[in-house]
Each structure stands twice: as structure tokens, then as C-alpha cells.
Design a protein around this ligand. Structure first.
Ligand SMILES: [Fe+2]
Ligand SMILES: [Fe+2]
Ligand SMILES: [Fe+2]
Length: 476
């Protein structure tokens, strides 16, 4: 025993120095404060992470002075009201509370910050650069969502035409869930996790249509009784597929909620829906919300068998069906969401925008509508909605540009290549904007960016798109 103690002290004669050396060597920044919040120690990593290398002598300085310096440099500019953010940090230290949070810095890097009171007085404050982990996690989420969207498109439409349908349904479902949450409705179920899960899960509501034959799915006229029965099978088929998939990832709530939605999104509140004829509270809330979003978006979109309805007409229909098809309370909240989506109009469709082609004109109207929805979400600082509408914009422009380019190619339009390049430039720009919005965890896009999108769209439709007009006449 004595021997080993001697050996230890021989190898580590100065534990304190060793510890200080070790603290200098790690890549986690640390700052040691005393009870009066004066800096008593720090390591190089702390200075490096916060770019304080040139202000070397932190020791002996009041912590508040360090914060003031960082504040002056704009370090906390995206933390809401930066002064109150700092005041709250200091308050919690004075109360000797532990804190742990993540903060995105002005340069886009992400820090995990922790503050803990020390047993003998004073505090330790640590920060670690977790930019890589944070982006990897975001990429996993995005990959999962992209896969889910691809699955949904493949089964329901077997092309990308209605990619925007599933994304819009997902957004309306997410926004409705948020609004239910804000109003404190269904508190036992609707919490922040639910909002997140239900939105992605709803993308898969019609995944069971993979089993519906093409001749029925794409039929332009009304369906026969037998065909209708065949379509109805998609609800149970989708639920079965998703339940099976969820067995592989038992922790994945969104696959379980997805199965629940697939099974119940055609149930009616009065019990006359399918496949189980559930009524009222027996229908899961996820299914009740998705029923509204699905019907509403289908009504306002073009389908092989119908022209798009105006928003006003679709709103009337929801009113009419509240209590029979839809849960009246969820319908009321849903209509509040629809109304909020229409609050800002950045671009308006005008006849001068027409290129004389029914489908292109309609696609341009949808693009204009999408930009206006983005502006409405922006005006309400609705961050999740902004992120989802940017996805819709990317997905829909990709579809529209393809459609337009194919038409120009068929018409032998001589400027096709340069037109294609402007399209590519726009997609790239929106993708970059999305990256920045997501990675920097912005709360808003900002007026300048919205202005750029608005101007690009308006000028492109009124300018470059008009140039191919004479070539595509007669190509419907
Ligand atoms: Fe369905
Ligand atoms: Fe174009
Ligand atoms: Fe266009």
C-alpha cells in the first residue's frame, strides 16, 4: 500500500499542476468564477472559442466585464433580447442554479454551455463546440423527412407532381397542432413532442395507396362502388405497413403516429367514416387533424377529376362539415390557421403574368401563393412553419421548372439553356437560404430575403417566362 502511494506521488508529484495542465490541454473551454463572479481561472480553449485570445488577462476581471465585451461584439445577438439573456444567466448564477443550454453564435457555430455551482463556493462555466454534432443531427432529421416524402409521393402519386400536397398537409397539421397547444386544448396529448411527431407522421397518411391500382388512382371520372371499396383499403394497408416498419425502430414515435394517422384519417366525427366507423373522441386527435388538412388541401388543389376550389369555397365546406365529418373544435382551430396563412400578400397574380398556358399559369399561382404563405408565417415569427414552407418552395419549384423546361424543349425554344441556368440559380439560392435558416436556427428570414424571393419570382414570371410564350402556344 505504502509502496504504491510512493510510486504515485513519484509519478505525479504535483497533482494541482497536473490538473491545471490537463485543463489547458482539453478542447472544452472552462472558466472558474468565485462567489463574487470574478474570474479566478480559465483555459486557452475558453479564450479560443470566444475569440478572447488578445484580451489575455481574464483572471481578476469581473465576469460582467467579459460579458460586456462579448455583448459589444454581437456575440449574443440572436439570443432574443441579448441584455435580458445575460441578466437571466447572472441571476441563475446568483441563485446557485445549474444551467445547461445550446447557443448558436453569430458565425453559425453551436456551443453547448453549462454553468454549475461548486460545493465550496464559486462556479464553473464550460463551453464546448458541438457544431458538427448539431448539424449531423439536423441532417439525420432532414434525411428522415426526405425519405418519408419520397415514400409518400411514390405510393400516392408515383411521380413528384403532388409532392407539395403531402408537404402542405404536414405543415397544416403542424400549424393546427401548434394552435391547439397555444389554446391549451387536449393538454393530455398535445405537447411539443406531439406537434413535432404529428407533422412528419402526417406525410405518410396515404402511404397505403401503393396497393391501389393505377387505373383507379388516376381515373378521371367518378369511381364505381367496387373501385371505391378498393380505394378504402389504403387506410388499413398503410397502417399495417407503418406498424411493421415501427417494429424495427421501436423508439420512433413518428412511425407509430404515422400508423395511427394512416388508419384514422378517413374516419368521420359522426361515426360514418371508414375503415372502422369510429366516432368522436374514439378517433385519435392526430387522425382528426389530418382529416381536415388532407380534405382542405385536396379541395384547393387540381386533381385528375377536379379543378381547384378557391380558399373561400373550401372554408365554407369545412364549416358545413364541422360536427359531421370533422371534430367541430379542431375545425374551428384549423380555420384560424387557414386565416392566419392568408394575412400577408407580397405578390399578387395579375393577367399580365399569364403565359397563355393553363398549367403553367396555375403553377405560377401556386408559387406566388407559397411565397405569400412564407411572408405570413414570417409576420407571425412561426419558425417551424417557415422551415416547412421553404421545403415546399424547393419541392414545388423543382417540379415546376422541370415541367416548364420540358415544355420549352418540346417547343424548340432557342433560349432554353440560359433559362435553365436561371432556374438552377434560384433553386440553389433557396437551398442556401434553407441551410442558413436551419443551421443558424434563425427565428425569421428577414425582410431582405423575402424581398429577394418576391422580386425574383415576379420578374421571372413577367420577364423570362413571357419570352417563351410565343413558342408554347397550342401546347397544352
Ligand atoms: Fe387517404
Ligand atoms: Fe421559368
Ligand atoms: Fe415559371
Amino acid at each position: 500500500m505504502n509502496d504504491s502511494a510512493t510510486l504515485e506521488s513519484a509519478q505525479y508529484p504535483a497533482t494541482r499542476d497536473g490538473l491545471a495542465e490537463a485543463l489547458q490541454a482539453i478542447d472544452q473551454g472552462y472558466l472558474w468564477l468565485d462567489d463574487k463572479l470574478t474570474v479566478r481561472g480559465n483555459n486557452q480553449a475558453y479564450c479560443k472559442l470566444l475569440r478572447l485570445e488578445d484580451d489575455h488577462q481574464l483572471i481578476g476581471q469581473p465576469y460582467w466585464d467579459v460579458l460586456k465585451l462579448l455583448l459589444k461584439r454581437g456575440e449574443f445577438f440572436d439570443s432574443g433580447d441579448d441584455v435580458s439573456f445575460i441578466a437571466e444567466s447572472l441571476r441563475s448564477m446568483r441563485r446557485r442554479e445549474s444551467r445547461r443550454f445550446e447557443r448558436v453564435r453569430p458565425n453559425g457555430t453551436v456551443l453547448r454551455i453549462a454553468t454549475a455551482p461548486l460545493p465550496s463556493g464559486g462556479y464553473v462555466h464550460t463551453c464546448l463546440d458541438i457544431t458538427h454534432e448539431s448539424r449531423a443531427l439536423e441532417d439525420i432529421r432532414r434525411n428522415a423527412k426526405a425519405t418519408v416524402v419520397a415514400m409518400a409521393n411514390f405510393s400516392e402519386h408515383r411521380d413528384t407532381y403532388a409532392g407539395i400536397h403531402v408537404l402542405r398537409v404536414a405543415r397544416l397539421v403542424g400549424q393546427t397542432a401548434w394552435q391547439l397547444y397555444r389554446r391549451g386544448l387536449f393538454p393530455a396529448i398535445v405537447d411539443e413532442d406531439f406537434i413535432d411527431q404529428v407533422s412528419t407522421a402526417s406525410i405518410l397518411h396515404d402511404v397505403g395507396k401503393i396497393a391501389t391500382p393505377d387505373r383507379i388512382l388516376f381515373k378521371a371520372g367518378p369511381l364505381t362502388e367496387e373501385e371505391r371499396t378498393s380505394v378504402k383499403l389504403h387506410a388499413a394497408a398503410g397502417a399495417k405497413m407503418l406498424r411493421q416498419a415501427s417494429l424495427m425502430v421501436p423508439d420512433s414515435r413518428y412511425l407509430q403516429v404515422g400508423a395511427e394517422i394512416a388508419l384514422t384519417h378517413h374516419e368521420w366525427f359522426d361515426g360514418t367514416g371508414y375503415p372502422q366507423g369510429l366516432a368522436g373522441e374514439d378517433i385519435p386527435i392526430s387522425g382528426r387533424i389530418c382529416a381536415l388538412a388532407d380534405v382542405f388541401d385536396t379541395l384547393t388543389s387540381r386533381r385528375p377529376y377536379k379543378t381547384p376550389w378557391s380558399t373561400e369555397r373550401a372554408v365554407m365546406q369545412v364549416h358545413r362539415q364541422a360536427g359531421s365529418q370533422f371534430d367541430p373544435l379542431v375545425a374551428e382551430v384549423f380555420l384560424e390557421v387557414v386565416q392566419r396563412c392568408e394575412t400577408v400578400s407580397l405578390v399578387q397574380w395579375s393577367e399580365a403574368m399569364s403565359v397563355g398556358h393553363l398549367h403553367i399559369d396555375e403553377q405560377h399561382r401556386i408559387l406566388i401563393d407559397t411565397i405569400n404563405q412564407l411572408a405570413s408565417a414570417e409576420s407571425q415569427s412561426d419558425r417551424p412553419a417557415i422551415a416547412m414552407i421553404i421545403d415546399e418552395l424547393i419541392s414545388y419549384t423543382a417540379f415546376h421548372f422541370n415541367f416548364e423546361e420540358q415544355l420549352m424543349e418540346d417547343a424548340g425554344y432557342p433560349e432554353l439553356e440560359s433559362h435553365r441556368r436561371t432556374h438552377q440559380g434560384f433553386v440553389k439560392r433557396v437551398q442556401e437560404l434553407r441551410e442558413e435558416f436551419i443551421y443558424y436556427r434563425r427565428r425569421q428570414l428577414g425582410e431582405r430575403i423575402l424581398g429577394v424571393l418576391r422580386d425574383w419570382l415576379r420578374e421571372h414570371i413577367l420577364g423570362e417566362d413571357q419570352a417563351y410564350r410565343p413558342y408554347i402556344g397550342g401546347l397544352e
